[in-house]
Design a protein. Structure first.
Lengths: 90, 375
């Protein structure tokens, strides 16, 4: 649960300005981006996602580094992705 | 993937290791605490201690939020979950955390409606979908997670959702570090500061450690080379007699943190006068509760709680492990009575707990564990 997972912004939410569609290791879910209100996010940007909220904007290379680290974690990362798959934030 | 290699590169690790050795004064022992469980995980997984000279010792800190939840709070949560109209929600990490009367898993087996969620916003959705039930979110975590809870409450308030509340167990890293600095049994030379907590709070809140205690702290990333580099930076600061806060993880952590996140916490939450940490005891102003304005969302005010203090099991030495006084395998029940399947203490539950990290990555072969635990 403490993991911050990199996700790529792939779309916005028409109804809610503080939500965005984010692709996390192939799992696409709505994520709250309200904590990055100052960042002027756009599709293609990478963010660190933590319990359904984008916590910081990161570079693509950093995102790759973190993903690689997470994949090395094995079970803990799989559990986190499973949890994300169940997520349905609106 | 070039970047990844840059942070993993074995050749680089060797060069750094040699430079680290070169920065150590002969005959001096250096003890650094990595505060965050994520770092503990990396250190064990990659066997980083093998890259360090023997006189550089890394000890593990209290930075695993699951590990510091006292048993009485788990019991309180289970008490809430047992009300017939309640749906209790929590992160998956809480499932096995033992309370005085069992864990969430046990309570679920006994019929309580306890559901694991990915985000507090998912808990809020469950509340919207079940208007005739009271949905409670068991909030745990450091400053990394507290803003998410705060934002969820703001959302619930804005949308007028009345059957949602939060059982707030958010704790703060700075008072915990201070408690460790004030504890007489440990001599530390510096800290490896948490990465993601700092993305929220920034680097400034650590400055008292340098100013008042004369110890350096380096905020670090989670790659093996990040940690080696942080050790290198700490040794450099010590060698030049500079107690300072430095940021090794500037690619994620802005010096001033995330202002929006801090503002969300400030709006919704207040400092508790004191809070009990598992193994560390009561630490004043170390945790958050909901502000009076959000009392309608505060499970502690909605439900009558037993609030019974439960002493940790006798055999459990999590407190010593969380303070870095004992290494995990030095606990008498490590790997024997206490394993990730049957945890006695919380450090064995979360993958970020020092005992679980040690156990899972077998830095010690099982034989050596047996040896170490017999001794
Ligand atoms: S081995 Fe178990 S009881 Fe001992 S410190 Fe670790 S988690 Fe606590």
């Amino acid at each position: 649960m403490c993991l911050g997972i990199p996700g790529e912004l792939v779309g916005t939410d028409e109804e809610h300005a503080d939500l965005a569609l984010v692709d996390v290791s192939g799992v696409r879910r709505r994520i709250n981006v309200g904590l990055l209100a100052d960042e002027d996010l756009k599709a293609g940007d990478w963010v660190l996602v933590h319990v359904g909220f984008a916590l910081s904007k990161i570079s693509e290379s950093e995102a790759q580094a973190v993903l690689d680290y997470l994949e090395g974690l094995g079970q803990a990362y799989d559990d986190e992705l499973d949890a994300l798959r169940q997520s349905d934030i609106r | 993937m070039r970047f990844v290699d840059e942070y993993r590169d074995a050749g680089k690790a060797r060069v750094l290791a040699a430079e680290i050795a070169g920065r150590c004064e002969p005959g001096r022992r250096y003890t650094f605490m990595e505060v965050c469980g994520g770092h503990t995980h990396t250190i064990y997984k990659h066997g980083l201690e093998d890259h360090l000279p023997e006189n550089v010792v890394l000890v593990h800190g209290p930075g695993c939020p699951v590990c510091v939840i006292p048993m009485g709070r788990v019991d309180d949560a289970i008490h809430i979950a047992a009300q017939p109209d309640v749906i209790m929600t929590s992160f998956g990490d809480m499932t096995r955390v033992p309370g005085g009367q069992g864990s969430f898993l046990d309570a679920k087996a006994a019929g309580a409606d306890i559901r694991m969620v990915y985000s507090p916003l998912d808990a809020l959705r469950i509340a919207q979908a079940n208007p005739d039930r009271r949905v409670v979110f068991m909030a745990i975590g450091f400053e990394t997670t507290a803003p998410s809870t705060a934002m969820t409450i703001l959302r619930a308030a804005a949308d007028g959702i009345r059957n949602f509340s939060v059982f707030c167990n958010h704790v703060m890293i700075i008072p915990a570090i201070k408690a460790i600095l004030d504890s007489p049994d440990l001599r530390l030379d510096g800290f490896i500061g948490p990465g993601h907590v700092s993305a929220v709070i920034g680097c400034e809140p650590y400055e008292f450690i340098a100013r008042d205690y004369g110890k350096p702290l380096v905020v670090a990333g989670f790659e093996p080379l990040d940690i080696l580099q942080s050790v290198h930076m700490l040794l450099g600061l010590l060698a030049s007699g500079r107690a300072e806060v430095a940021n090794q993880y500037a690619r994620v952590v802005p010096w001033q943190g995330n202002r929006t996140a801090m503002e969300a916490i400030r709006r919704v939450m207040r400092l508790r006068p004191h809070f009990e940490w598992r193994g560390l005891g009561f630490i004043s102003q170390s945790a958050l509760m909901l502000a009076d304005e959000y009392a309608a969302f505060d499970a502690e005010r909605i439900f009558e709680l037993p609030g019974v203090r439960v002493a940790d099991p006798k055999a459990c030495q999590c407190g010593e492990v969380l303070k870095g006084v004992l290494r995990p395998w030095e606990c008498k029940v490590f790997g024997t009575a206490c394993t990730p399947e049957t945890p006695i203490g919380t450090c064995m539950v979360s993958s970020e707990g020092a005992c679980a990290a040690y156990y899972n990555f077998g830095r010690f072969s099982r034989d050596r564990v047996r040896e170490a635990t017999r001794a």
